[in-house]
Write a protein that binds this ligand. Structure first.
Ligand code: SAH
Length: 244
C-alpha cells in the first residue's frame, strides 16, 4: 500500500513537472511570435519561383537572400512571402515575388552591369537586382516612396543602389548608357528616352498596355528593338510625361 502510494505521488510529481515544462515551452514560443522569415523565404523560392521555371542560379540566390518582409509595411509583414503583390502606400504595390524573379531573369547577362529601374516603389526589385548588378540606378516619381526605399536599402547595407526622385520617362542621362532597363509600371508604349539610354546589345523589359498588359522584353540591336518575349501581366500605370 505504502509503495503504491509513493509511486502514485511520484507519478503526480512527474506529471506536474511535465505540465509545467509544456507551459514554459508554449510561453517561449508565444513570446517570439515573429515568424521564421528565412524558412518562409526558402519555401517561396522553391514553390513560387523554382517550380514555376526560374532557373538562373544568380536570380534564385538573390531571391533567397533579400528579406522581402523588410520592404513591406509592418501590417503586411506576415504576408511578405505569399504569392501576391502587396500595398505599399500611396496607391502603389510591391510586385509579386515571381514577377520580380521573372523580370530579373529576363535581363540575362545584361543584369550584371549597370541597370536602370523605373518605379522604385518599395525598393525590393532594386535590392534583388543589386545582388547581381554592378550598380542599380532607380527612379521613383512619388517622393515619400523614394525616401522610404532609400532608407530601407541603406539600413540593409546596399551600397550599389542609387535612387532619384523624378519622372522615370526621361531616364538618367548622366549615367547612360545602361546594360539593362527595367520598367515596373505599365506604359502605353516603350518610353523612347529609355531606349536611347540603352547600349546596343542591352535589354529592356517593360509592361506595355492599359487594362490588358504584356511584359515585353526587347534587345537593342543596330537596327532597333528586337522583341524577345511577351507575357501577360498586371502592373500599376506609369504616370507623368508618358500620359501627355
Ligand atoms: N519595383 C517596385 C514596384 C513598383 S510599383 C517594387 O519592387 O516594390 C510601380 C512604381 O512605379 C510605383 O511606386 C509608382 O509610384 C512608380 N512610378 C509610376 N510612374 C512613374 C514614373 N513616371 N517614374 C518613376 N516612377 C514611377
Amino acid at each position: 500500500m505504502t509503495t503504491a502510494r509513493s509511486f502514485e505521488s511520484l507519478l503526480h510529481a512527474v506529471v506536474a513537472v511535465a505540465i509545467a515544462l509544456l507551459f514554459a515551452l508554449s510561453a517561449t514560443s508565444c513570446a517570439s511570435s515573429e515568424p521564421d522569415y528565412s524558412k518562409l523565404r526558402e519555401q517561396m523560392v522553391l514553390r513560387q519561383i523554382a517550380l514555376r521555371g526560374i532557373e538562373d542560379g544568380q536570380v534564385l540566390e538573390a531571391m533567397r537572400k533579400v528579406p522581402r518582409h523588410m520592404f513591406v509595411p509592418p501590417q503586411f509583414r506576415s504576408l511578405a512571402y505569399e504569392d501576391r503583390p502587396l500595398p505599399i502606400g500611396e496607391g502603389q504595390t510591391i510586385s509579386q515575388p515571381y514577377i520580380v524573379a521573372l523580370m530579373t531573369e529576363s535581363l540575362g547577362e545584361t543584369a550584371r552591369g549597370k541597370v536602370l529601374e523605373i518605379g522604385t516603389g518599395s525598393g525590393y526589385q532594386a535590392a534583388v537586382l543589386a545582388q547581381i548588378a554592378d550598380t542599380v540606378f532607380s527612379i521613383e516619381i512619388v517622393p515619400a516612396l523614394a525616401l522610404r526605399a532609400r532608407s530601407i536599402l541603406l539600413s540593409l547595407g546596399y551600397k550599389n543602389v542609387k535612387i532619384r526622385i523624378g519622372d522615370g520617362y526621361f531616364g538618367w542621362p548622366e549615367a547612360a548608357p545602361f546594360d539593362a532597363v527595367i520598367v515596373t509600371a505599365a506604359a502605353p508604349r516603350v518610353p523612347e528616352p529609355l531606349v536611347a539610354q540603352l547600349r546596343t546589345g542591352g535589354r529592356i523589359v517593360v509592361p506595355v498596355g492599359e487594362n490588358f498588359q504584356n511584359l515585353e522584353l526587347y534587345e537593342k540591336t543596330d537596327s532597333g528593338l528586337k522583341l524577345l518575349s511577351q507575357v501577360p501581366v498586371l502592373f500599376v500605370p506609369m504616370q507623368g510625361e508618358i500620359r501627355k
